[in-house]
Ligand binder design. Structure first.
Ligand code: S3P
Length: 188
């Protein structure tokens, strides 16, 4: 019988698409360890991401992010949720596709704005914008970033993710799409 892949499952997509929420639930269901790249960076550098942005700027953050991606994406039997910008810098998306199984959680601007309105996380790139500016910024950035996101091995529509009871539905779609084996033990 073919052995299921142990490669890291990498989730990519725009800010507030639900990568961390879905990633945690997916890892639990298939019995893997969950990592979030932003949290991984924060633990290794003992600094919050917005502080790194404020103190060192975005360019420095992207360099750190790339280096930490090269550590975290190589762990086996894991699920890794990346930052919204991770696949869009350097050769990160090609690297991810090489070492991991990649899934783009695809959300529309409206879904992103709805998730953002209930999100507690601080996001330096979205801070201080009026609702109109925010909508325009997300629309434009999403269009630019789509070319990177769409290089993922699999694309998962997450626009149904309008309430917490839909998380399981998305997790099951990912498992089915990627042929990932669920662990009965882990999901109990
Ligand atoms: C960013 C997304 C953030 C974080 C940083 C930059 C981006 O992660 O990495 O603020 O460029 O889209 P989330 O997607 O988890 O919010």
């Amino acid at each position: 019988m073919p052995q299921p892949s142990k490669k890291c499952v990498v989730l990519i997509g725009y800010m507030c698409a639900g990568k961390t929420t879905v990633g945690k639930a997916l890892a639990k269901k298939i019995g893997r360890t969950f990592y979030d790249l932003d949290w991984y960076i924060e633990e290794r550098f003992h600094k919050k991401v917005p502080v790194i942005f404020a103190e060192s700027g975005e360019e420095k953050f992207r360099d750190i992010e790339r280096r930490m991606l090269h550590e975290a994406a190589e762990f086996e039997n894991t699920v890794l949720s990346c930052g919204g910008g991770t696949p869009c810098f350097y050769d990160n998306i090609d690297y991810m596709n090489q070492v991991a199984d990649t899934y783009y959680l695809k959300a529309s601007t409206d879904t992103i704005l709805q998730h953002l309105s209930i999100s507690k996380g601080e996001r330096p790139l979205l801070k201080g914008k009026s609702p109109e500016e925010l909508k325009q910024f997300v629309d434009e950035q999403l269009e630019k970033r789509a070319a990177f996101y769409e290089k993922a091995h699999h694309i998962i529509d997450v626009n149904v993710l309008d309430s917490f009871d839909k998380i399981d539905q998305i997790v099951d779609t990912i498992i089915e799409t990627g042929g990932l084996q669920g662990s009965e033990e882990a999901s109990r």
